[in-house]
Write a new protein. Structure first.
Length: 192
């Protein structure tokens, strides 16, 4: 058997193992009750992804296996952020320094949880955002409260722009009675 064919067979099995392990870690993190356990499981989940773990990417390349996501940014990503966007009314009434700090905090959070794409995304993206919060907002405020989050995604390279030409946005809010379990879940799809 050719070396390339062996590497492809080995790569297919390794990819399947990494995807299986990442899926198991995502499920465990979702079902876990402790924030500490969730954070550690998320770190392990990111360690299984060659796009967020440069050592794994180098190891795959050394084995002759194509690293990354088989040709650029993967088509589907899911992220869970342990933060809920401020309500649009609170954000608009806040002092400019509070708004600037809010933008900076979201950018740091996006960079730490999502990482950076290997290349700037130059295609249309579909975002499905589910916000688990204590009280629901009206639909206009739910969309408007996402501005700092969308700005952070643009600045980190996950979105080209958040105009309707480049982004299809779907926002849903759900009531979460436990303050510690409030979160923002994002499903990112390329080429919507």
């Amino acid at each position: 058997m050719e070396p390339r064919a062996k590497a492809a067979r080995r790569g297919g099995g390794l990819w399947a193992l990494l995807e299986w392990l990442g899926d198991k870690l995502r499920r465990r993190r979702r079902d876990s009750g402790s924030d500490f356990v969730r954070a550690n499981l998320h770190a392990l989940e990111r360690a299984c992804d060659p796009e967020t773990n440069p050592r794994l990417s180098c190891a795959l390349e050394a084995l002759g296996i194509e690293s990354g996501t088989r040709g650029g940014v993967s088509e589907l990503r899911t992220w869970t952020l342990r933060r809920v966007p401020r309500g649009a009314n609170k954000l608009l009434r806040a002092h400019w320094s509070v708004r600037r700090r809010e933008e900076k905090d979201w950018r740091l959070l996006i960079r730490s949880v999502c990482g950076r794409p290997p290349a700037m995304v130059e295609s249309r993206v579909r975002l499905e955002v589910t916000i688990h919060r204590l009280q629901l907002q009206d639909p206009d405020n739910a969309y408007a409260s996402l501005k700092p989050l969308l700005d952070a995604l643009v600045r980190e390279g996950w979105l080209r722009d958040y105009s309707s030409q480049w982004l299809e946005l779907d926002v849903q809010e759900l009531v979460e009675s436990d303050r510690r379990r409030c979160r923002t879940e994002i499903v990112w799809r390329k080429g919507a």
